[in-house]
Design a protein around this ligand. Structure first.
Ligand SMILES: [Cu+2]
Length: 166
């Protein structure tokens, strides 16, 4: 079979770009740890407390095993509910040791919110009726701001919190 020179060049270009794209995806997935959030679980947005993860006493940070943590949260306009501390004050900062694995679980009571821990891989869309989960290893020390990155209304800018890795 005879192929024209330009056809060969074009085929080589096509195959090379496919390989480059696969390398980029592979690098992001296996090296940088980027993966899509779960969208498999649904929930009644008007009764999120019925779900075990979102009962008021289960909100916030819990250590599940050595170096393994989970954070349960409920987003609503315009707040992230991380539960309350021992003085009944709302928790705004999540503190975890460096190198720990943290599973973030969040849902929304009203509209679509975002949940991004700036400077980490944690970046989720929080949709009413769905449970979003993302597990991340906190590799770097520091203070990371939690922001809502989906415009959710007039108080959007008031939705924030903090993850402190020590
Ligand atoms: Cu928002």
């Amino acid at each position: 079979m005879h192929l024209h020179k330009y056809e060969k060049v074009w085929l080589a270009f096509g195959m090379a770009s496919l390989i480059i794209f696969l390398l980029v995806i592979g690098f992001a997935a296996f090296w940088k740890g980027t993966h899509p959030q779960s969208h498999l679980e649904t929930i009644d947005q008007n009764n999120v407390e019925a779900h075990d993860s979102f009962k008021p006493e289960n909100l916030g940070l819990t250590e599940v095993a050595d170096g393994k943590y989970k954070v349960n949260m409920v987003a609503s306009a315009f707040n992230y509910d991380f539960g309350v501390d021992k003085d009944e004050k709302p928790v705004k900062t999540i503190r975890v040791p460096q190198g720990s694995t943290v599973l973030f679980t969040i849902t929304s009571k009203d509209v679509v919110h975002g949940f991004q821990v700036a400077g980490t891989n944690v970046n989720m869309m929080v949709e009413p009726g769905h449970i979003s989960r993302y597990e991340a290893v906190m590799k770097n020390k520091g203070e990371f701001t939690i922001v809502c990155n989906e415009y959710c209304g007039i108080g959007h800018h008031q939705m924030f919190g903090k993850v402190e890795v020590y």
